[in-house]
Design a protein around this ligand. Structure first.
Ligand SMILES: NC(=O)c1ccc[n+]([C@@H]2O[C@H](COP(=O)([O-])OP(=O)(O)OC[C@H]3O[C@@H](n4cnc5c(N)ncnc54)[C@H](OP(=O)(O)O)[C@@H]3O)[C@@H](O)[C@H]2O)c1
Length: 340
């Protein structure tokens, strides 16, 4: 049987998550009716992978599994492609696959993208934006798709709106700053780091402050991924009737709810996860139309994936950690997994 190189989660540990991540060989995904086999050139790390390794949101009976949700690569015909990371049925979600109760992000129930080859439903394979490198394109599926849905679907951000993005250096947060600025919003951002605050200004933010500090004015929408550390500030920053959209809680998911403020100021609190395929397509169109690009913190080979995760865990990153799995020049062997 042909095999491919991969980074596999074999066990879970809340305090030492990387102990369960091993580099090894898995069966080549091979051909499957209605699915497409993609050679992964680049993939990116997400907090989702760390949550899986910590045992949060991923039942142990779904191990071992190849981790990784993001991919840019080549399809069987050599076309440059990007992978939409949600495997779901839009009909079961009343037209929105993120609302399908059986929805699965890549690496939840199907082997993910930390491998030389990944197999995904053919509808998940889309042309890579021509202006982006494989490394840049690999940053888009989870972080940029999520940021796009949070901004434009959930918060309904329009040109001229005031938007606060918490934790500027993060993958979703940096995407939100860039996308909202490109859409003509006035963007404020927080970061613990002076260097990241400066970076946020260079991406289009109008003003940057330390976490919790007073903003130049109250905002229409807050993009919240940090969680407990910034939640109180997020609620206080909103104008009456404003919207906070939350997709993650890196620093904890049980902050005080501050219900009095929520009802008295008539705030809208909206959860958000991933993007629908139409939102993903629209995000790619926006990237091409505006020329904006994701922020790549660093590019590492698959063999250095543990170092990449240590960096992600430290929180000391600017944008995305990208893993180069294969090189575009390698010739794929039809129907096989390359180096078996
Ligand atoms: N629901 C979904 O579909 C979805 C999709 C993607 C991500 N997420 C979740 O969203 C969260 C962020 O994901 P990500 O990939 O953007 O993560 P990330 O790249 O690691 O970014 C996290 C950011 O949070 C800020 N932060 C961390 N600790 C902090 C603290 N103690 N105080 C203040 N700020 C702090 C940091 O910003 P500064 O260093 O600039 O302060 C950091 O850059 C994760 O929990 C992830 O699981 C959910």
């Amino acid at each position: 049987m042909s095999t491919v190189r991969a980074a596999i989660c074999v066990s879970q540990n809340p305090t030492d998550p990387l102990a369960g991540l091993v580099l090894g060989e898995v069966p080549d995904p091979g051909a499957r009716e209605g699915w497409t086999r993609v050679r992964v050139v680049a993939t990116a790390l997400n907090m989702h992978d760390l949550w899986t390794m910590r045992g949060i949101g991923h039942p142990p009976e779904h191990l071992p599994i190849v981790l990784g949700c993001d991919a840019a690569g080549l399809d069987e015909d050599g076309n440059e492609v990007i992978v939409y990371p949600v495997i779901a049925d839009a009909d079961r979600g009343l037209g929105d696959e993120t609302l399908d109760p059986g929805r699965a992000l890549l690496s939840e129930r199907h082997n993910g993208t930390f491998a030389e080859y990944v197999s995904v439903p053919t509808r998940c394979v889309l042309p890579k934006p021509a202006g982006l490198t494989f490394a840049e394109a690999a940053c888009l599926p989870v972080a940029w798709g999520t940021a796009y849905r949070m901004l434009f679907t959930q918060a309904g951000v329009r040109a001229g709106d005031r938007v606060l993005v918490q934790g500027a250096g993060g993958g979703v947060a940096s995407a939100a700053i860039i996308l909202a600025s490109a859409a003509g919003a006035v963007v404020f951002a927080t970061s613990r780091s002076e260097a990241k605050r400066a970076a946020a200004l260079s991406w289009g933010a109008t003003a940057v402050v330390e976490p919790g500090a007073r903003l130049p004015e109250r905002v229409d929408a807050v993009i919240e991924t940090v969680g407990a550390a910034t939640w109180s500030h997020s609620l206080k920053a909103l104008r009456p009737g404003g919207t906070v959209v939350v997709c993650g809680a890196t620093t904890g998911d049980q902050p005080p709810a501050d219900l009095s403020r929520v009802f008295y100021q008539q705030l809208r609190v909206i959860g958000s996860t991933a993007s629908s395929r139409p939102e993903f397509v629209q995000m790619l169109r926006m990237v091409e139309a505006t020329g904006v690009k994701p922020i790549v913190d660093r590019v590492l080979p698959l063999e250095a994936i543990h170092d990449g995760f240590r960096h992600l865990e430290s929180g000391d990153l600017l944008g995305k950690v990208v893993i180069q799995v294969t090189t575009p020049a390698e010739t794929p062997i039809p129907g096989q997994g390359g180096q078996s």
